[in-house]
Design a protein around this ligand. Structure first.
Ligand code: ZN
Length: 105
């Protein structure tokens, strides 16, 4: 039988003195460092979308595809797309681009 042991350490100070500290909203185990009192997720999920896929989605947006259409086609939440666009609202990013075009013209 093959078994592995995972030793969790504090994300800030590297200490192994950790205590369970409830769960994140997605159900992931949270921990608290007993030395520096930092709280963090033990095993973060990490990157969900690869960069080429993200570029493909943003290219679809540049081709005037609606954010809701992107959600239907690619299966990416519209809020995620808006976050990738760098603002609270994707339409405001589009409007900013429009305003810049008007200013230049
Ligand atoms: Zn610590």
């Amino acid at each position: 039988m093959l078994s592995t042991t995972i030793v969790h350490v504090c994300a800030r100070c590297g200490s192994e003195r950790l205590r369970k500290n409830g769960h994140a909203i997605n159900g992931a185990q949270r921990a608290k460092c007993l030395d520096c009192e930092r709280t963090f997720i033990l095993q973060p999920r990490g990157v969900r979308y690869a960069e080429p896929f993200k570029a493909q989605v943003l290219a679809a947006y540049q081709d005037r595809m609606s954010i809701r259409g992107i959600q239907r086609t690619f299966g990416v939440c519209y809020k995620t797309v808006m976050r990738w666009l760098g603002g609270k609202s994707g339409s405001s990013a589009r409007l900013q681009g429009h305003a810049l075009a008007q200013r230049a013209g």
